[in-house]
Design a protein. Sequence first.
Length: 314
Amino acid sequence: MSSSQNGHAELNGSASSPHMPAATISAFEAETDLVSPVHAVPLYRGPERRRLTIVPASHEATGSNGHGDRKVATSNPKRTAARRPSKRPTVSLVIPAKNEARNLPTVLSQIPPRVDEVILIDGSSTDVTQLMARTCMPDIRIVPQDKRGKGHALRAGFEAARGDIIVAMDADGSMAAEEIPNFVYFLEHGYDFVKGSRFVAGGGSLDLTPLRRLGNRGLLAVANTLFHARMTDLCYGFFAFYRRYLDHLDLVSSGFEIETELTIRALVSGLRVAEVPSLEMPRRSGRSNLRSFPDGVRVLRTILREHKAGAARS
């Protein structure tokens, strides 16, 4: 999606507000009269236009404090009592890591207060990853990874998480933890699965090589065609979702393709999915475990497998 796509989507035939897509108006009206100006286009082109991709404006316009919390006016006691917000959902952050000791001090120091629990999945590191994690964050939970692969690491972290919301990000410093409140914000206001995108207005990448960019674009085109979707990014591991959907998603992938599996299963399961802008930065230190061609093939196989499974169910 480009920044020129300024049309507002409609849901079930209802006209959108000048500032909000219809899908999010009801969630906002339940708490406040303030709305955030956003641009929205459908993420799903099927007969049920329920899933939207969102580019949020600054949260200051909505009364947010930057950590997903809402400012509620208290000048009218009756109104305040009628609109008292419910208990906010707790947030677990899952970080898979293998030999990331040099990157962890920066990554862990940037985690915002909105995160209630941090879980590090250690993939049999041979450096001081675990010691560094405990030094930087004494209350961090460290879960050993039994099997190799990012998919196994994330699945172990998801199972260990206790929060209502699960957020996943990498340990190499390429993702900004300061963006987490943006993901949580939209989960708290009507969405079930929120994924970062480097290719919507406000997002970007300082790390993508021409080969990886071309591969991501091709795989994205295949996924959008087969699943009638309008995603703008596919192979990016910064996302958040409600833990209550974990059993239904029934993840099985073992490698980097788990990000694709999770996104596709969220779409076909009927979850309300949003994309938010995210900036990918270069890895701070060390070498990536990503292998462009083998992992690209695994992603393609995952797309085809999920499409075949969907066709069989229908």
